[in-house]
Ligand binder design. Sequence first.
Ligand SMILES: [Zn+2]
Length: 43
Amino acid sequence: MVIITISEKKVTKYCTYCAEEIDAKAEVCPKCGVRQPKQDESK
Ligand SMILES: [Zn+2]
């Protein structure tokens, strides 16, 4: 019996330039290298 627990939640967003799915915390798209705007949800 194999039990797989995935505890880490992966949050992604889309690059504003090439629309590649990237990490939500990524400041720069790993594909095209375009800097992503910060998502400030502290309001
Ligand atoms: Zn990109």
